[in-house]
Design a protein around this ligand. Structure first.
Ligand code: BGP
Length: 477
């Protein structure tokens, strides 16, 4: 048996994609509430007033806010050992700028945590998952401003103190490196004015995002230090969107371009957060792209003192990189790249590559040698509810089975992997499309993009399958 005895099997979610109750109990609007859905088309969809936007499914989402007991009971029935969710910053600080936290928000997450603990489910909390308070966007242009570091720290002080003794694992920012990808920016950093008029369709990454990232790195490092001071049992991780890259051909130009692209998009943020310093390869990138980052005297010291305890990432697909501009983007998926002829794709063009997960786990572990967790992975699909209420998602079982097999290979290879939380363990709103129709769950939620549905929960075929995977610690696939 290759998975550790206490391997953390579970599932992952994010507040803005499943809680609903977007304006309840004092919650303020976050960037995602002001967006009619879809990070890659965000420029077209950001609304100026919340009223224009009440149809966006995430406003009601699947109403986890009122149904968390039922949902956590279902997770427990599957045997979850861990549940990854995020805290909505705007439930705790509605505009991000209040002096004192909102008690109703703190209480809600305390109840969720207690409910998990009741079933011996370890909470794994993402502190910021695609939802900067909109107040911070309006006043500070999101993470572009240094002031946001202190605001984030106030938020961390409130939650680290409140949940002390109950929570062990925290992630500072979801997919922090998405800011280095064309579709990143607004949702992850709350930066609305990127200093360019057409930031979505452009190929270059807006420079301001790197300043924003610097502020996030400092915030993340300070949060690690603070967490350890508040509770020595706290373990803080980073979380990267890993877009595994292969050279499209053995042409050395493709090899070098793959290396360069992968450093900036996949490794840069992790290198800073794990090693506590800027990697030297970024100096050249910054110089060639005229990027100047304002770094204060103490910053480099702060980074050194705040290295993360573990590394986590999302993994959905791999992409091929070509140096030939004619080939450059034929894949059709959200991250670009050239189509890989050896792989099948999901209905959204995300190319399915289980072996790429083994490869990626090994590459990352070789680099950092710290414990790792896969905190997102899964197949978005159009599920069909049959007349008898069954949902036969064999394709999802197949996808997850193949990925778990490859995780096992990686463990055999020597990777220190301690957990796996497939994405959207219960159906929720898609981040990139804003739809309910793109489903990932083991649990089906009766909710549709036209607003209909009674929100009832149904077990898909994959529910019992995953239950047996957990029961057998990955033996029975
Ligand atoms: C990741 C995000 C999640 C999630 C997932 C699936 O990038 O961290 O929030 O949504 O991707 O993506 P999508 O919902 O677009 O299918």
């Amino acid at each position: 048996m290759s998975f550790k005895k206490d391997f953390l099997w579970g599932g992952a979610t994010a507040a803005n994609q499943f809680e609903g109750a977007w304006n309840v109990d004092g919650k303020g609007p976050s960037c995602s509430d002001m967006c009619t859905g879809g990070s890659h088309t965000v420029s077209k969809r950001i609304t100026q007033t919340i009223e224009e936007n009440t149809f966006y499914p995430s406003h009601e989402a699947i109403d986890f806010y009122h149904r968390y007991k039922e949902d956590i009971a279902l997770f427990a029935e599957m045997g979850f050992k861990v549940f990854r969710f995020s805290i909505a910053w705007t439930r705790i600080f509605p505009t991000g700028m209040e002096k004192a936290p909102n008690e109703a928000g703190l209480k809600f997450y305390e109840d969720v945590i207690d409910e998990c603990l009741k079933y011996n489910i370890e909470p794994l909390i993402t502190i910021s998952h695609y939802e900067v308070p909109f107040g911070i966007t309006e006043k500070y242009n999101g993470w572009a401003s240094r002031e946001v570091i202190d605001l984030y720290m106030n938020y961390c002080v409130a939650i680290f103190n409140r949940y002390k003794g109950k929570v062990k694992y925290w992630l500072t920012f979801n997919e922090i490196n998405s800011a280095t990808m064309p579709m990143g920016g607004y949702l992850s950093q709350g930066i609305l004015n990127e200093g360019t008029t057409d930031f979505i369709n452009q190929v270059d990454i807006p420079k301001l995002r790197f300043q924003g990232l610097h502020h996030q790195f400092i915030a993340s490092a300070k949060a690690v230090k603070l967490a350890h001071e508040i509770d020595s049992n706290y373990k803080i991780g980073c979380m990267q969107l890993f877009a595994t890259m292969y050279p499209y051909t053995c042409n050395p130009d493709d090899i070098v371009k793959t290396q360069q692209d992968s450093r900036v998009m996949n490794y840069f943020c992790g290198d800073v957060q794990v090693r506590g310093e800027y990697p030297t390869y970024m100096n050249r990138y910054f110089k060639e792209n005229n990027i100047e980052i304002k770094i204060e005297d103490k910053d480099l010291e702060i980074l050194k003192e705040g290295c993360v305890d573990f590394y986590t990432f999302s993994y959905y697909m791999s992409i091929c990189v070509s140096s030939d501009p004619k080939e450059a983007s034929t894949s059709g998926n959200i991250l670009g790249g050239v189509k890989n002829p050896y792989l099948k794709a999901s209905d959204w063009g995300w190319q399915i590559d289980p072996k790429g997960l083994r490869y990626t786990l090994n590459e990352i572990y070789d680099r950092y040698q710290i414990p790792m967790m896969v905190v997102e992975n899964g197949l978005g699909a159009y599920d069909k509810k049959e007349s008898d209420g069954s949902i036969n998602d064999d394709y999802r079982i197949e996808y997850l089975k193949e990925h778990i097999e490859q995780m096992e290979e990686a463990v055999e290879d020597g990777v220190d992997l301690f957990g796996y939380t497939p994405w959207g363990c219960i159906d929720l709103v898609s981040a990139s499309t804003g739809e309910m129709a793109k489903r990932y769950g083991f649990i089906y939620v009766d909710k549709y993009d036209d607003g209909s549905g009674d929100l009832s929960r149904l077990k898909k075929k994959s529910f019992n399958w995953y239950k047996q995977v957990i029961e057998s610690n990955g033996e029975k696939l």
